[in-house]
Write a protein that binds this ligand. Structure first.
Ligand code: NAD
Length: 278
């Protein structure tokens, strides 16, 4: 089975649109883009367009890349205070010298407006099993996985990549599903051997063709989070898709797998935040 993330995301968005109608007001999402990273520009414009289609008011703040971390913090704090703003999204990666302050800046966002679920409070809540807002990409991975198999209890998952955005929160989510989770990363020895025993492999590294057939047990489920742009301009993931797919029970393609689902999760998180506030 090739897991059609695009279709699952579209269905989810339809349902979010209906639930937004039922809210009785149009939620407002503040989208902050600092600098002119071409990929980020495309991402934010797409997000804003989709938001409008769903009945969400998206305010894009396109800020100068030469601004200081202090100035950006002050900007975020103003949005925190603004009662008309329901959610705040800080587009990553941040440019230049701001990059080293990424987590400080994310942490400036009011956790109740943190649509990406990446503030310390929301990550911490996930860790202690009292989830607030769950980060989009891990939530997207779990949703896609459950689309293939509802009951994940006792299955062995190998998560590749330990970033705060993806790998670590994902491992927590999977543990809460009673899976047995092995975390791996760039310093892991024998990655191939560890993966080859797994029922589920979720790879989030950005290293193309890291996952080859020798890493995959027959009948495993493979979720590919990685995004890598080849010189030809083509987008590819961490998995050697053509070689690995025939071995799997189900697999996500890149593009068209985790990517669209991650975006759909922003809308679901925003809706949840508005429902709670109401
Ligand atoms: P990151 O650079 O913060 O983390 C990468 C992780 O991969 C690190 O933990 C590192 O230890 C691990 N890694 C690197 N090389 C490895 C190797 N050879 N073997 C094992 N582990 C290795 O990146 P991130 O923000 O976690 O994103 C990871 C990938 O997922 C990127 O390609 C990114 O573009 C993509 N991504 C996709 C989505 C989506 O919606 N599809 C969302 C977020 C990130």
């Amino acid at each position: 089975v090739i897991i059609d993330g695009k279709k699952i995301a579209t269905d989810l968005q339809k349902s979010v649109k209906e639930r937004i109608k039922a809210l009785g007001f149009s939620p407002t999402l503040a989208v902050i883009l600092v600098g002119d990273n071409p990929a980020s520009l495309i991402y934010v414009n797409n997000k804003c367009k989709t938001a409008e289609k769903l009945g969400i008011k998206a305010n894009l703040y396109h800020l100068s890349p030469v601004m200081t971390a202090e100035a950006l913090k002050a900007f975020i704090k103003d949005l925190n205070k603004d009662p008309a703003v329901n959610g705040i999204l800080l587009q990553l990666p941040l440019p230049g010298t701001l990059e080293k302050d990424t987590f400080d800046l994310i942490n400036t966002i009011d956790p109740a407006k943190d649509v990406d679920g990446l503030t310390q409070e929301n990550l911490g809540r996930l860790f202690v099993g009292r989830a607030g807002i769950i980060p989009g990409t891990p939530k997207a991975c779990l949703t896609l996985l459950k689309n293939v198999q509802k009951n994940l209890k006792g299955l062995h998952a190998v998560v590749i990549g330990r970033s705060l955005l993806v790998g670590r929160p994902l491992a927590q989510l999977l543990l809460q599903e009673d899976m047995t989770v092995t975390m791996t990363h760039s310093k892991t020895k024998n990655l191939e051997k560890i993966c080859s025993g797994a029922d589920v492999i979720i790879s989030a590294t950005g290293v193309p063709h890291l996952i080859t057939p020798s890493c995959v047990k027959k009948g495993a489920i493979v979720i590919d989070v990685g995004i890598h742009r080849l010189e030809s301009g083509k987008i590819t993931g961490d998995v050697d898709f053509d070689a690995v797919a025939p071995l799997t029970k189900a697999i996500t393609p890149v593009p068209g797998g985790v990517g669209p689902m991650t975006i759909a999760m922003i809308w679901e998180n925003l809706l949840m935040m508005c429902q709670r506030k109401k």
